[in-house]
Design a protein around this ligand. Structure first.
Ligand SMILES: [Fe+2]
Length: 188
């Protein structure tokens, strides 16, 4: 392993260790340790060599997506999203942090207000709406409040940190029409 690879491995592992410590102290609820979690991820975003690590993640929605850290309760996925590439508001079945490494991303986060008992129906509140620049980190809580949308303003390299593997089935939402529907994570 080169010294550069050792350096980036150390940076990723230090970030993961910090996140595990913060999550443990918060009883596993990332929203309780939100500021600490964001700060730990923001520090990793200052590291210059993240392009060079990771294992290619199959069956995802974006190109060049790589898993740079994995344990059953913490996953870091690094990848690029291109201008024009966007999904409707959706969930992944786990809490989630999104951080910009290079580029610019419009981000919206939502809280789920209905109890999920009505098929095809969802009431969402948009609680976060901003343009994220390098080093910015957004955090959404555990399901059912893991709903978000990311819209790249320019081609954007971003890190997604999640509390475990993504659900095989995503829910998608139309907040205005109060509709929801499902789509397989493996679908194009
Ligand atoms: Fe997402």
């Amino acid at each position: 392993m080169t010294s550069k690879e050792q350096g980036v491995a150390a940076a990723v592992r230090r970030c993961a260790g910090d996140l595990i410590r913060h999550l443990d102290a918060a009883g596993g609820d990332p929203t309780i340790a939100g500021e600490e979690i964001k700060a730990s991820i923001a520090r990793l975003m200052t590291y210059p060599d993240l392009f060079d690590v990771g294992i290619v993640r199959p069956a995802n929605h974006g190109e060049s997506s790589r898993i740079i850290y994995y344990d059953p309760n913490l996953v870091m996925i690094f990848g690029v999203t291109r201008v024009g590439q966007m999904d409707p508001p959706h969930n992944h079945g786990t809490w989630l942090a999104t951080a910009v490494y290079r580029g610019e991303l419009r981000y919206e986060g939502y809280l789920r207000r209905d109890d999920g008992s009505r098929a095809g129906y969802a009431e969402l509140d948009c609680v976060e709406s901003r343009v994220m620049k390098p080093g910015d980190v957004a955090l959404c809580g555990a399901p059912p409040n893991d709903i978000h949308i990311t819209i790249p303003v320019v081609d954007t390299w971003a890190l997604v940190v999640a509390g475990g593997a993504f659900s095989n089935v995503r829910e998608y939402y139309d907040p205005q029409k109060r509709q929801r529907w499902e789509k397989s994570e493996k679908a194009a």
